[in-house]
Design a protein around this ligand. Structure first.
Ligand code: HEC
Length: 115
């Protein structure tokens, strides 16, 4: 079951990607590489977010300790990375680089895989 739905996700992503590529080549070209949760996303969150969003210190009740939690918070997370003032994360700034934000955005677009 799990294998099947994983395959389904991968297939839909490649179909979706090829459609998007035809229409807006530049905007989505950066997402052509598959983002890895364990190699890219987890380290990004550990370095920049986990200090204030773990089991002990859970600012605003946001806990980002595993794939499920990060996947569930992903939309709020990407918004917070692009916010300003008190809403900007990491709290107090500086903001993440454009390329890290893009990486996180690509991970969302590719289906928030646990890969
Ligand atoms: C230095 C501590 C600190 C760090 C580091 C930090 N946060 Fe936060 N975070 C907070 C605090 C404090 C709040 C609650 C106050 C606020 O929302 O402004 C918060 C709130 C949030 C919220 C909830 C916002 C809402 O809509 O209510 C999200 C989502 C969030 N952080 C994501 C992140 C992400 C993603 C990172 C890493 C890129 C991060 N945080 C890094 C302290 C931190």
């Amino acid at each position: 079951m799990r294998k099947k739905s994983y395959l389904y996700i991968v297939v839909s992503i490649s179909v979706l990607n090829s459609c998007l590529k035809d229409k807006v080549p530049n905007e989505f070209a950066a997402c052509s590489d598959l983002v890895s949760f364990s190699q890219d996303i987890q380290p990004l969150v550990e370095l920049n977010c986990l200090g204030c969003h773990n089991e002990m210190v859970a600012a605003n009740d946001v806990i980002l300790t595993n794939h499920l939690r990060i996947a569930n918070e992903a939309n709020r997370m990407i918004n917070s990375m692009q916010a300003s003032g008190m809403d900007l994360m990491p709290f107090g700034g500086p903001p993440l680089s454009d390329s890290l934000i893009q990486l996180f955005q690509c991970w969302i677009l590719q289906g928030k895989l646990d890969n």
